[in-house]
Write a protein that binds this ligand. Sequence first.
Ligand code: ZN
Length: 429
Amino acid sequence: MNKFLSIFCLLLAFQLNAQDDFDYKQFTKVLCAPEFHGRGYVQGGDSIAAAYIARNYADMGIRPVSDNYYQSFSFNVNTFPSSCDVLFSGQNLIPGKDYLVAAASSGTCEKTPCRPKLFYSKFVTGEEFLEKISKRNIEGLGAKENDILIVKNLNYSLDSSRKISYLINQYAQFQPIIELVNKKFTWSVSPVVYGSIYLQIQSSSLVNQKDGAEISINIHNRFLNNHTARNVIGIIEARKKAKSTIMLTAHYDHLGRLGSETFFPGGNDNASGVAMMLSVAEKFKKKPLRNTNVLIVAFAGEEIGLLGSKYLSEHPVIPLDKMKFQLNMDIMGSGEKGITAVNGRIFKKEFKKLQKLNKKLTAVPAVKARGKSANSDHHHFTEKGIPGFFIYTMGYNQNYHDIYDTYEALSFSSFEGLSALFELFVRKL
Ligand SMILES: [Zn+2]
């Protein structure tokens, strides 16, 4: 189907539902669709998502704080927009499944059309690599010209494995390298680019693990300077004169595309969280708080380093001293094992309230607390003294930063219960 036609159909499907209550499943499904390109920096995925979220605010009657819903800011980001082909000894490897291109990797070309580059395999064990690199004896690794070093980072202790990965990252700044792994892939997104290629390949995917095998690599990378991204911000005003504001937040960005065929849907992380935020927002739109505004923020740039929330914390649209609490929702798609509140051990009174309300509503089997952690969009506000929780669900879904984090893999097992719990919690703050 034509790209624009299929976006249109998706939007139409949503429109037909617009009169009813917010359809959180349909909303999540749309954000995870290939037409949203993993909500990253290839083919305007993040902008398409921002526009879709803004339209949902408008449909819900959530109004902008200024003349529109967007707060723009910019950052550098490395992307893989088109060719992404690895042929290993005649075996065609599939991106996301058999191999990953490290987020900071460069490609074999920066301008299209790309041509494949030919390398020959040179396998070394992790120990060998560690030893030779620590002694600055790169020649000792025995790689000849046109060889690509393949480091077997397999079955080591977590500590050794991390050391090996760290040195591979250093090496990739100058020389092409492949890391052979036997653990789940976890992709990311990078604001910097290395001087050379860095691939991770699943050991089980590789049939030929002998030296001298022909490897053809054709990867196009494009480094974007000052890419503009947008936080999407709306407000539900208090019924009477507002004395303070409570912030509901969730990031909508994800990792984007790895080549033209592969994208990272980010279903649990964090289409589900934006859906939860809007589901709770709808309840406040129907029945606003008496003296408290509810600020609704869909953050951009979380995966690249909490940049959207950092920007809002430094350029607040509402004075931070009027901010009473932040409820940040990230990974809301399961809940079979309960939820965790980061900062729960810091803001004990609020945490007890959350636990008590959960007992009443039985939304989830457990509400756990953690201390501080700089792991989502609450962090910069916590550091500025604004009380808040980052809440994530726990359950059977272990797909994280990989191609399997799809809409279809979400159970939504506690979604409606949690939406009711969060509403009640915010009303009682
Ligand atoms: Zn996330």
